[in-house]
Design a protein around this ligand. Structure first.
Ligand SMILES: [Zn+2]
Length: 265
């Protein structure tokens, strides 16, 4: 029998995230242009779909393609970057990325920005950047992880192993960028709103990881760290997510469970 799927968030009913989504879609001062790898749209475990559910339609445009050229030739780019005279900022912590503190605050001296985000697996993102060398020449990159003091932190999203600490899932990266690009007052309201469904999804992943031992072994191999449990619950507490039922196992329990699996598989 087919699993029942929520008509709004498109997730199976038992992991529906609707109660953790904003009641009214969030309007950003700095809109997001998201270049999504064509394969990413078909994946169940991805965070851009959550971002679409959180943001107002003026605040997010998704363009599918394999290089920045696809985005730059799109109507969304013509409207947001050219039409609204915004400076595009690529959200990626590559060498030479500028710190948000080096930017004129949005609104001062006519400075307005739009955030360019590349979405896919880490391998796909690297391929997309390789195919975009000409477009990257004139595009400023910003590094928000360092600005937020997160350069040595791993993201909440355990399903994919990032290349190094300070690299985050699409939704987390956008939330942290909003935190440094919007006014302090707006960021205080918006950042927790965007992270709320992400934290709940991370809790759900951990619950499943613990319930199905085979996933523990696989997740540990992919880079999962036991202190992720504490990170997720700390983030949930900070965002006042009360209706979660996750009872975190200790790091020792997870490691023992993984060790058992290593001997039996
Ligand atoms: Zn739902």
């Amino acid at each position: 029998m087919a699993r029942e799927v929520c008509g709004h968030c498109r997730r199976p009913r038992r992991v529906c995230l609707c109660e953790f989504l904003p009641a009214t879609p969030v309007l950003l001062r700095t809109p997001v242009l998201l270049l999504q790898h064509p394969h990413e749209a078909r994946r169940r475990l991805q965070t851009a779909a959550l971002l679409e559910l959180c943001l107002d339609s003026h605040s997010l445009a998704v363009v599918r393609g394999r290089s920045l050229g696809c985005l730059i030739r799109s109507g969304a780019w013509a409207e947001r970057v050219v039409g609204e005279a915004r400076t595009p900022l690529l959200l990626f912590p590559r060498v030479g990325a500028i710190q948000p503190s080096e930017l004129a605050p949005a609104g001062s001296a006519g400075a307005e920005y739009c955030l360019v985000v590349i979405d896919g697996t880490w391998k796909e993102v690297n391929e997309m950047l390789r195919k975009s060398s000409a477009e990257l020449e004139g595009l400023a990159c910003i590094d928000v992880a360092a600005a937020c003091g997160l350069a040595s932190r791993r993201g909440l999203y355990a399903a994919r192993k990032p290349p190094q600490d300070g690299f985050f899932s699409t939704l987390e990266a956008v939330a942290y960028a909003v935190g440094v690009l919007e006014s302090a007052e707006a960021a205080a309201a918006i950042v927790p709103t965007l992270l709320r469904p992400m934290v709940r999804m991370a809790q759900q992943q951990l619950e499943l990881t613990v319930q199905h031992g085979f996933q523990v072994h696989r997740t540990l191999k992919s880079g999962y760290r036991p202190n992720m449990v504490d990170d997720v619950n700390r983030a949930a507490a900070a965002l006042c997510i009360e209706k979660h039922v996750f009872c975190p196992p200790s790091a020792r329990e997870i490691l023992l469970s993984s060790s058992d699996m290593a001997h039996t598989t």
